[in-house]
Design a protein around this ligand. Structure first.
Ligand code: NAI
Length: 327
């Protein structure tokens, strides 16, 4: 198959070359947008990543170029208009579970860095300042962690938090019996989870129902000084409300790997451009905010699985069969 790989990053290119050898790949650094869709002319398929635009107008233009397949190099597909793709007869497949451990472990890393103020501590030491004032954290042991969404990633977070001797509250429309029995996870409603958790971590998909699940009202329900972590999707959090809560001290610390306006910002080097986004600019001024730019998935194991699964999805289509990963 001839495949245009949109949003190619240096970190994944060799993996894709190794695991998609059967196909002819055209690597494009640019994102898929209405302006760049024409670059897919002559291709059988395209492959896209989390910040590509697969909205209805883009899909319509894509179909006109003759592309019938989209291989997502991600698990999430909130950036794709599935209904329009179906109407146009464009088939889509994703990488459903490349490494839940990678994202879960990064989630816990954010918790520890924030709690133990490791960035500040490291900067101080490198400045020959060995004082400890202002670096006090809290024992994770005995604290309550609230997990929203106990699917593949949330389950691993629960297992790790159990190892830390935390109490675990969870909300998910589907309760996982193994988590209840093995890791003492207690399922509850949103309000109880927000009220009782010292740390709240998000592992649910972004859907119209979950958009801004962290909003003014739910923030008001939280414990004063609670830590909030989001490694799922930026749109789950009303960032402006979080900024207000950080200013008042209602939210004690905030760790994110995703941001609602990350498209066109994350994954790219903007170091010599004037930052136009005042919201993220304000977030960056807080010492109790930790931001990574959508790198929770970025482990060797995950990159192998993403490339391997993408190769498999393309191969199924080439053979005229269905992939188990179609959506
Ligand atoms: P999953 O599909 O295995 O689990 C999601 C869980 O959320 C399911 O159990 C579902 O029942 C639950 N859920 C759905 N709506 C809910 C709601 N309104 N409230 C509470 N729970 C709800 O997905 P997985 O693999 O665990 O991924 C979770 C999210 O992590 C994905 O949606 C994706 O956006 C994000 N992600 C982030 C990555 C990163 O690099 N930062 C990489 C991979 C995924």
């Amino acid at each position: 198959m001839k495949v245009a790989i949109y949003s190619t990053h240096k970190f994944e290119k060799t993996y894709l070359e190794n695991y998609c050898k059967a196909h002819s790949l055209r690597f494009l650094e640019t994102r898929l947008t209405i302006e760049t869709v024409g670059l897919a002319q002559g291709m059988d398929a395209i492959s896209i990543f989390v910040n590509d635009d697969a909205s209805a107008p883009v899909l319509q233009k894509l179909k006109e170029t003759g592309v019938n397949y989209i291989a997502l190099r991600s698990a999430g597909f909130n950036h794709v208009d599935l209904k329009e793709a179906k109407r146009l007869g464009i088939r889509l497949a994703r990488v459903p579970d490349y490494s839940p451990a990678a994202i879960a472990e990064h989630t816990v890393a954010l918790m520890l860095v924030l709690n133990r103020k490791l960035i500040k501590a490291n900067t101080r030491v490198h400045d020959m300042n060995f004082s400890l004032d202002g670096l006090t954290g809290f024992d994770m042991s005995g604290k309550t962690v609230g997990i929203l969404g106990t699917g593949k990633i949330g389950s691993v977070v629960a297992r790790i938090m159990h190892g830390f001797n935390c109490h675990i509250l969870a909300y998910d429309p589907y309760e996982n019996e193994e988590l209840k029995n093995k890791y003492n996870v207690r399922y509850t409603d949103y309000q109880t989870l927000f009220k009782q958790s010292d740390i709240i971590t998000l592992h649910l998909p972004l859907t119209p129902e979950s958009k801004y699940i962290i909003n003014k009202e739910n923030i008001e329900s939280m414990k004063t000084g609670a830590m909030l972590i989001n490694t799922s999707r930026g749109g789950l959090v009303d960032t402006k409300e979080v900024i207000k809560a950080l200013k008042s001290g209602k939210i004690g610390s905030f760790g994110i790997d995703v941001y609602e306006e990350e498209g066109g910002l994350f994954f790219e080097d903007h170091s010599d451009i004037i930052l136009q986004d005042d919201v993220i600019a304000r977030l960056m001024t807080f010492q109790n905010v930790m931001i990574t730019s959508h790198q929770a998935f970025l482990t060797h194991e995950a990159l192998v699985k993403i490339a391997e699964t993408t190769g498999y999805n393309l191969e199924c289509w080439e053979k005229g069969t269905s992939s188990v990963n179609e959506i």
